[in-house]
Design a protein around this ligand. Structure first.
Ligand code: ATP
Ligand code: MG
Length: 416
C-alpha cells in the first residue's frame, strides 16, 4: 500500500488538543534536523475525539542524539532503548523509528533495529495504531490504511494476522481491548486468527498480560473487555477458576462489579481506585459464592482466621496457574477481601462493635465496600457506621481505652 497524506481539511484533528510539551519536543527535534511525529494511541484517540492518555513521539533521532538535545531527558529500557523527557510530573516518551520483521513466524525476542518512518509504522500492531501526525504541516501520514479503518470502525492487524499474533500473542488481548473500548468490529481474517491462535497466549510474559489486564480495569471499559475475554476463551487459559465462574449462572455478579468500576472512572478522571481494589472486583463474587455454598448455607459460622485461609486458597487457585501477582499486590488483595467480612461479620454479636483494625489496607477495603453498597444499597447503613468510626477516631479511641482499663482491672480484682 502506498503512503497517503491527509490534510487538516480531511482529518480535522485540532492541534490545540495536542499536548503543548509534545508540540515543543517535536519542534525542537525538527529544528535540530530530525523528523518527529506524534504516533500511535494519541493520534488514534484524537481522531476519535477522545482524550489521549499519553502523547508518544517517534523520531529519526537516535536515543543518544535525543539526550543531547533535551536536558530533562533520561534513556530507559535495555531491550527497547527509549528517551523519557520529563515535564514536572509528566513524562513524554520519545522513540527512534524502528524496523520489524512482519513475516518472521515466531515469538519476537528482540525488536531494536533502527528503521525508517514507514518501517516503524508497519511493525506496529493494528492499522488504527500506525498513524503519524506531523504538527509542522498539520497532516496525517498513513502507510497502511489506518485512517480509513478508523472511519469504518474496523480493527485490522498490520500484515498476516496469524503471523502477527504468533510473533506477539499479547496483540490478541490488545485487539479485544480496542474492541471493548471503541466498539469497533474486528475484520474477518483477524478474527479467525484470533480464535485459532488463542492458545499462544500462554507463551507470553505473565507480567505483560497482568499489566494489560490491570490497565483494562482502569479503562472505563472493563466490563465489555472481560466479557470479550471470556467469550473468546482467554479467561479459561489465563485464570481458569474465573473462566469457570464466568460460564456459570452467577457470571453477572462479576460483570456488575466491573460495570460499577467503569462508572466510577467515568464519573471523574481523578478517581483513585488502587489496582488491588480493582482486582478485588474480579475475585470477591467467587469468594462470596464459595463461602456461602460451603459454610453459610450450611449454618456454619466462620471466624476471620478461617476466612483468611479460604481467601489464601482461592487466590492461589486463581493466580497460580499463570499470573503471578507481586507480593505487595497479593497482600493487599488478601487483606481487602478478608476485611469485607470484618466490616460485615457473620457473628451478629461482633457486628455491634466497631473496632478499626491496624491494617494499612483497611481504607482500600472500605473503598471496595463502598462499591458493594452501590450494588447492594442495604449495606449503606453499615458503611455509614464504619465511616463514622473512622472519621471520629477520638470517640473510638476513648471507647477502646475504657475497655483497656476494664481488662487491666480484671486481674487485680481476681487476686483480692
Ligand atoms: P492506550 O490508549 O491503552 O495507551 P495505545 O495504543 O497507546 O493504547 P500503548 O501500549 O501505549 O497502547 O502502545 C503505544 C503504541 O505502540 C501503539 O499504539 C502501537 O502502535 C504500538 N504497540 C503497542 N503494543 C504493541 C505490540 N504488542 N505490537 C506492535 N505494536 C505495538
Ligand atoms: Mg498509549
Amino acid at each position: 500500500m502506498s503512503q497517503r497524506i491527509y490534510s487538516f481539511e480531511e482529518h480535522q484533528l485540532c492541534m490545540k488538543k495536542v499536548d503543548s510539551d509534545a508540540l515543543y519536543v517535536m519542534k525542537k527535534l525538527r529544528t535540530a534536523g530530525y523528523i518527529a511525529y506524534l504516533v500511535g494511541g494519541s493520534v488514534r484517540d484524537l481522531l476519535l475525539h477522545k482524550n489521549p492518555k499519553d502523547f508518544d513521539i517517534c523520531t529519526s533521532a537516535q536515543p543518544e542524539e535525543i539526550k543531547k538535545i533535551f536536558r530533562n531527558c533520561i534513556l530507559v529500557g535495555r531491550r527497547f532503548r527509549l528517551a523519557h523527557i520529563r515535564f514536572g510530573k509528566k513524562i513524554l516518551e520519545v522513540s527512534t523509528f524502528r524496523s520489524g520483521d512482519n513475516d518472521l513466524d515466531e515469538l519476537i525476542v528482540r525488536d531494536n533495529k533502527w528503521g525508517t518512518a514507514k518501517e516503524d509504522a508497519l511493525r506496529r500492531d493494528f492499522t488504527i495504531n500506525a498513524l503519524f501526525y506531523d504538527s509542522d504541516s498539520q497532516s496525517i501520514i498513513d502507510y497502511i490504511g489506518g485512517f480509513e479503518d478508523i472511519k469504518k470502525q474496523v480493527l485490522r492487524t498490520i500484515g498476516q494476522p496469524f503471523i502477527r499474533f504468533r510473533q506477539d500473542p499479547v496483540r490478541m488481548l490488545r485487539m479485544l481491548k480496542f474492541q471493548a473500548r471503541f466498539g469497533f468490529t474486528i475484520d474477518d481474517s483477524s478474527h479467525i486468527a484470533l480464535l485459532e491462535c488463542r492458545q499462544e497466549i500462554m507463551k507470553s510474559s505473565p507480567a505483560r498480560i497482568l499489566e494489560e489486564l490491570l490497565r483494562m480495569l482502569e479503562s472505563k471499559a472493563s466490563e465489555p473487555f472481560f466479557r470479550l475475554l471470556a467469550e473468546h476463551g482467554f479467561m479459561h487459559l489465563l485464570m481458569p477458576s474465573i473462566g469457570n465462574f464466568l460460564d456459570s449462572k452467577d457470571a453477572e455478579e462479576v460483570f456488575s462489579f466491573l460495570k460499577e468500576i467503569d462508572n466510577y472512572f467515568m464519573e471523574s478522571d481523578y478517581i483513585n481506585l488502587s489496582r488491588a481494589v480493582l482486582l478485588t472486583a474480579l475475585v470477591f463474587p467467587i469468594l462470596e459464592k464459595k463461602i456461602y455454598t460451603h459454610y453459610v448455607n450450611r449454618d456454619i459460622i466462620l471466624h476471620l482466621g478461617q476466612i483468611n485461609e479460604e481467601v489464601h486458597e482461592l487466590l492461589d487457585e486463581i493466580f497460580r496457574p499463570f499470573i503471578n501477582l507481586s507480593r505487595r499486590l497479593r497482600t493487599s488483595l488478601q487483606s481487602i477481601l478478608v476485611s469485607q467480612y470484618r466490616i460485615t461479620p457473620f457473628d451478629s454479636k461482633k457486628s455491634k462493635r466497631i473496632r478499626i483494625p491496624q491494617d494499612p489496607d483497611f481504607m482500600q477495603a472500605m473503598q471496595f465496600f463502598e462499591i458493594r453498597c452501590t450494588l447492594e444499597p442495604a449495606l449503606k447503613v453499615v458503611w455509614e457506621q464504619w465511616n463514622h468510626a473512622l472519621t471520629n477516631p477520638i470517640s473510638n479511641k476513648r471507647r477502646r481505652r475504657k475497655k483497656k482499663v476494664k481488662t487491666d482491672e480484671a486481674p487485680s480484682s481476681s487476686t483480692t
